[in-house]
Design a protein around this ligand. Structure first.
Ligand code: C2E
Ligand code: CA
Ligand code: CA
Length: 865
């Protein structure tokens, strides 16, 4: 008899046949068979088509509170509660149709598994069904826990990106946990499960190294520790894997290796990035021209820096030299500021950066500029700053550039001298200083003569060298504290402060100032006149200097500052010096004070007046155009009261008949170089007039005519020719003419000029020194000049009779003239008192005895009776 699950024909069985009875009795016996007693949770049952239990056996019955008696002869519905009966009924029926099945049935808090199948007789007819039941509560519980465990492991592996493996050394089979498959992105089914397949998953470049590790572990038991790369199977991503493993032994033999892997890609990438970052930071620090340092507040020393602070200052890097405090290289005067910055940083809020600029003394003794930016770096646990971090930058070049910029804004590029802007500044400063005293600043306006010629013939480079050399010389003739500035081109201005002029604090008299200015101007002229050699060629230039003392009250329209006024005055005086022959100096006086527009107007009027067409035959005119004419002032002998001469004085009227003062137009004529033409014009007029008067009156035979000759004209080569021409033209003798020259014109005259004058003098032409006493000529020198008369300046006459000095000077000059056998004319005699105070033997000229008048109103008969 066998219980066979097979293809059977289900049919309603007949009442139990004998064969069936046999089977059942066998079952019954089997249920109480000792083998089932050793299988404690088991039970055997059989039932018929009515689902009535035919037999039951096995110790397991008792466990669930059943017994053979309770089952046998009873139907399922009778034995079990409906919920159990309902569950097992379909399976029982199914078994009766010939199907085998297994079902877990929960019952009374436990789980039973029941296997059911048909019971067939020898003819293959289903006669009943039988079942085997077993309590699987514990097994099912175990299975559940195992599954749970697996899930947890899998989760843990997935989260930890780890997996475990096992390599059986005997057959090379490989077992992987799910974690490895996840990490590799590999389907479990696709893995062949041997060592070769496992190795193939590794990056080709890393295989040999992994294999070596595995072999060492397998053959020598060396723990396996290695890192390799894989390309994930699913997305091809490159990942870094660490693996560790060790051998396991059985009976002293290594039988397998077990190990774990973990995905360390993130770690590796982070490491690479950290290394990159660090390399970057290092590169930045290395490339930085700055010094980055950490400074210990407690010890006041640098504890770290990217490079040696001392080295960049040129100090040798002897060991331990870094411990020399860099602070000691800060100049004393900047130390306090530096210390304050350190303190400020140590007290500062976090994040605050303090900057301080200071110098450091370099090894070569120079000082270099540094900017130091410092911030709090580390603090102790009380919050007190213990270390500072800072950046030290060499800013010498920037500072120098800035200083140069500032310097070049105020200095002339070529010579390095102060420019106009700085000059004005200095001038204002000097004015402010002298305002507190009663003294005056002296300004020399210097303009080179003949410099254009250097530029034109030798080129601008040579011109620049000449300018540079002259600027050096100018500096050498002034004292410290005086200013030499370049105004551009060939113009220089020198400011002499009073204490550099007269040496003491006393107030200088005009004479002292004049003498001092003369000394300085002479030094300047001599310095400039020395030849300047450029490329082997010697260039000679001279200088015209205008001197002004001030400050004055500003003058004229649109009043300028006092500094500007002083400069303008010196400039006007310089023009006068140019006009009077160059290579000389003139001291400013109010007569020079004409503004630019007036100067141009007067110059235009003068030029028109000098045009040949404008010349009236002798006197007379009346046309409405600018006109130059002569007034004549008589000169008398004080002893006899006889008329001895006339002085011709130039007069200028504009087209409307307005007079322009001689001091003004003569000055302008000197500046623009046409004073010589005036002199020639006047010479002609004067000779013409004398000839006319001679024709008119016999008494005029011994009366001479004086004409003024400007310094510039004296130097002119044509002077002698002009004189001879005029004398011949009007048939006059040399003795009829007197030339009036100023003292300075004579003093400045070149040897050739003196020679010309001497010749004229020898011919019999009179030569008078005009304005005598104002030019500081030495008497000794005067004695050597070819002169015939002295004209005492009217400023001395003005002091007569009360001013003792004037009286002494007038009588001394008169005495001197007598001694030297010269005539002496006292100018500007206005009063009878002055006349009475005159020394004996002099001639006099002045408003008292006759004003300068046009010839047409002069009545000679008044003087000849
Ligand atoms: P100067 O040669 O010293 O001429 C004498 C000046 O004194 C004249 O001034 C005359 O008018 C003035 N004067 C005469 N008597 C008296 C007096 O009693 N009291 C006062 N206060 N003044 C008196 P003026 O005519 O204004 O000429 C000024 C200067 O112009 C001259 O000074 C002379 O240096 C220059 N000048 C005049 N004509 C000529 C000329 O034809 N050629 C040149 N180169 N210079 C000339
Ligand atoms: Ca004169
Ligand atoms: Ca005079």
């Amino acid at each position: 008899m066998k219980a066979v699950a097979g293809t059977v024909t289900p049919r309603r069985p007949p009442p139990a046949s004998d064969g069936a009875e046999d089977a059942l009795s066998t079952l019954r016996i089997a249920g109480s068979h000792p083998i089932l007693q050793g299988f404690p949770q088991g039970a055997i049952i059989a039932f018929d088509f009515d689902l009535r239990y035919l037999c039951a056996g096995g110790l397991g019955l008792a466990d669930v509170g059943l017994s053979r008696e309770m089952l046998e002869g009873h139907t399922v519905e009778e034995v079990f509660p409906p919920e159990v009966a309902d569950q097992i009924t379909p399976m029982y029926r199914s078994a009766l149709t010939g199907k085998s099945s297994q079902i877990d049935v929960p019952y009374e808090g436990r789980v039973y598994t029941q296997r059911l199948g048909p019971l067939v007789d020898s003819t293959g007819t289903i006669v009943a069904a039988m079942g085997f039941t077993q309590d699987v509560t514990a097994a099912r519980q175990f299975e559940r826990e195992l599954a749970e465990e697996r899930r947890r492991l899998r989760d843990a592996e997935a989260i930890g990106r780890v997996g475990s493996w096992e390599l059986d050394l005997r057959d090379q089979s490989v077992n992987w946990s799910a974690g490895i498959f996840d990490l590799y992105g590999l389907n479990q089914d696709a893995f062949r499960g041997d060592y070769g397949a496992a190795l193939e998953c590794i990056h080709p470049d890393d295989r040999a190294q992994v294999n070596a590790g595995v072999e060492a572990c397998a053959t020598r038991g060396t723990p396996l520790r290695t890192r390799y790369r894989i390309n994930r199977f699913d997305d091809g991503q490159l990942r870094w894997i660490d693996t560790r493993g060790e051998a396991q032994y059985e009976g002293g033999q290594r039988v397998r290796l077990v190990g774990a892997i973990s995905d360390v890609t993130d770690h590796v990438l982070a490491e690479v990035k950290a290394r990159d970052d660090q390399a970057f930071q290092q590169a930045v620090i290395d490339a930085s021209p700055d010094i980055i340092f950490v400074y210990d507040v407690g010890t006041r020393s640098t504890t770290w820096s990217n490079r040696s602070q001392l080295a960049i200052l040129g100090y040798s890097e002897a060991p331990g030299s870094e411990s020399v405090s860099i602070d000691s290289l800060i100049p004393e005067e900047e130390r306090a500021q530096f210390d304050a910055a350190l303190t400020a940083t140590a007290d500062a809020e976090p994040g605050l950066v303090v900057q301080v600029n200071h110098r450091l003394r370099a090894a070569d003794g120079t000082h270099r500029w540094f900017s130091r930016r410092i911030a709090a770096f580390r603090r102790d646990n009380t919050g007190k700053v213990t270390e500072l971090v800072g950046v030290l930058r060499d800013i010498t070049e920037a500072v120098t550039a800035e200083q140069q910029l500032r310097h070049s804004a105020l200095h002339d590029n070529l010579t390095g001298l102060p420019n106009r802007a700085l000059l004005m500044d200095r001038l204002d400063g000097a004015i402010a200083r002298v305002d507190r005293t009663k003294r005056e600043i002296c300004v020399l306006f210097c303009d080179l003569d003949g410099f254009k010629r250097v530029n034109d013939t030798a080129g601008h480079a040579a011109g620049d060298q000449v300018i540079t050399e002259i600027s050096r010389r100018l500096l050498s003739v002034v004292r410290d504290g005086d200013t030499v500035a370049r105004m551009g081109g060939d113009e220089f201005v020198v400011i002499i402060e009073p204490w550099n002029r007269n040496g003491d604090d006393g107030v200088a008299t005009p004479e002292q100032d004049h003498a001092a200015a003369t000394r300085i101007a002479d030094r300047v002229r001599e310095a400039v006149r020395r030849p300047v050699a450029v490329n082997g060629i010697e260039h000679v230039v001279s200088v015209s200097i205008g001197v002004a003392f001030g400050p004055h009250v500003p003058f004229g329209p649109g009043r300028v500052s006092r500094g500007d006024q002083l400069l303008q005055d010196a400039d006007a005086a310089m023009y006068r010096a140019k006009g009077r022959g160059k290579d000389r100096f003139e001291i400013f006086h109010d007569g020079m004070r004409t503004d630019g527009a007036e100067r141009t107007r007067v110059e235009r009027i003068l030029r028109q007046a000098l045009r040949p067409a404008a010349r009236p035959p002798c006197s007379e005119g009346g046309e409405s155009r600018p006109r130059l004419s002569a007034d004549f002032q008589p000169i008398f002998s004080s002893a006899t009261g006889a008329l001895v001469g006339f002085e011709a004085l130039a007069r200028l009227k504009d087209a409307y008949g307005n007079s322009i003062a001689p001091d003004v137009f003569i000055g302008i004529a000197e500046e623009c170089g046409i004073v010589g033409s005036i002199d020639v014009f006047m010479l002609d007029l004067a000779c013409c007039q004398l000839a006319a008067w001679r024709a008119e009156s016999e008494e005029m035979a011994d009366v001479v005519m004086s004409v003024n000759v400007s310094a510039l004209h004296v130097q002119h080569a044509a002077l002698a020719g002009d004189i001879h021409l005029a004398l011949e033209k009007y048939r006059l003798a040399p003795g009829d003419l007197v030339l009036e020259l100023t003292e300075t014109a004579l003093l400045d005259a070149a040897n050739s000029t003196i020679a010309t004058l001497r010749r004229l003098h020898e011919e019999g032409i009179g030569i008078a020194i005009d304005d005598f006493g104002t030019g500081y000529a030495s008497l000794r020198y005067l004695a050597t000049l070819p002169i015939s008369a002295l004209k005492i300046d009217k400023s001395f006459t003005a002091g007569l009779p009360n001013d003792e000095t004037c009286r002494k000077i007038v009588s001394a000059v008169a005495g001197l003239a007598a001694d030297l056998d010269l005539s002496c004319v006292v100018e500007g005699v206005e009063t009878a008192e002055q006349r009475k105070a005159l020394p004996e033997g002099v001639q006099l000229q002045g408003y008292l005895t006759g004003r300068p008048q046009p010839p047409e109103v002069i009545d000679l008969n008044l003087w000849f009776t």
